[in-house]
Design a protein around this ligand. Sequence first.
Ligand code: ATP
Length: 357
Amino acid sequence: MQDNSPAQPAVDLRGVVKRFGTMTAVDHLDLTIRSGEFFTMLGASGCGKTTTLRLIAGFELPTEGQILISGQDVSDIPAYQRPVHTVFQSYALFPHLTILDNVAFPLRVRRLPRAEQRARAMAALEMVQMGRYGDRKPSQLSGGQQQRVALARALVNEPTVLLLDEPLGALDLKLRKEMQLELKDMQRRLGITFVFVTHDQEEALTLSDRIALMQGGRIVQLDTPANLYNAPQSLYAAEFIGETNLIPARMVSADHGSSVVEALGQTYRAEGTTASAGAAVTLALRPERVRREPAGTGPVGELVEIDFIGTDLRLTYRMADGSKVIVRQQNSGGIPPAIGERMPLGFETDSLRIFTS
Ligand code: ATP
């Protein structure tokens, strides 16, 4: 008979609170992480993401609430017996052991037969394309290679859940980008649940199936990367994820779903929070959704700054009221616009969102 019941969640946090003295680091968190997903906790420093990860790992115990891993309450299970493994930013490899022995270490602790230790450590090294380096010492490897070894050591015990605490934070940008792709590929191949912590929104968008954006120990939005980017539910989310134009506006008429606002001397229809007529609100709009329209009727801006960002041009226009609007357009290789140009700007209204300011 086919089993149509939803898969058991990998991790379930129910009403979890963590206080350090009077400081609440994690504030009544309810969170279900699905089996096999790449789940990211994202937020500014101090938002509680590392504490949440440490609670799942068992390095901290909750002040209140319950944590389940694969349906089992782990409250009384010490960290080393939980079916999870944590990879930290610092690789924490043993300098005096070879790479192979480093990876085999968790199996040695479990007193598995030596031949099995070697075979499984070797297989884990192969998984991260480090099979050739088994005889070396950590100091003979680059940072990226050492982090691959740390990953292999995490995988060798075949954890149900891999917890990753800013694992790419110590790598330079190019290597970081390469490792991001490798991590994502590895997660797909192995089907292990990854719970990833980062403060880097671009990294979160690239890697994740779902993202929990955190602030003050709470989740402010839990969504797919596309939804978080295209339909932020708060001003905080709009500002934290990607670049956003925030345009002062005034409510003209509120309607269900779509309202009319006045901004930069024009009226626009937009979605989002409603407020009473006349109230000051903020319009949020991504720079790639603003167009330069020479024959348009939109508000006119004066180009005051041009930034070349490889594939894109980032153009900053000063509007009549002194506010700035950023336009991002593809760098098509032609002559770029000149500083000082005056240009009507068209807003793609389907992506305009209203937030109460
Ligand atoms: P970062 O990106 O800087 O690591 P974070 O979002 O991971 O930040 P946490 O490390 O979870 O944040 O910390 C959340 C809050 O709890 C912070 O205000 C921090 O100072 C506090 N905190 C964390 N650990 C402790 C501790 N052991 N004792 C006291 N306060 C702590």
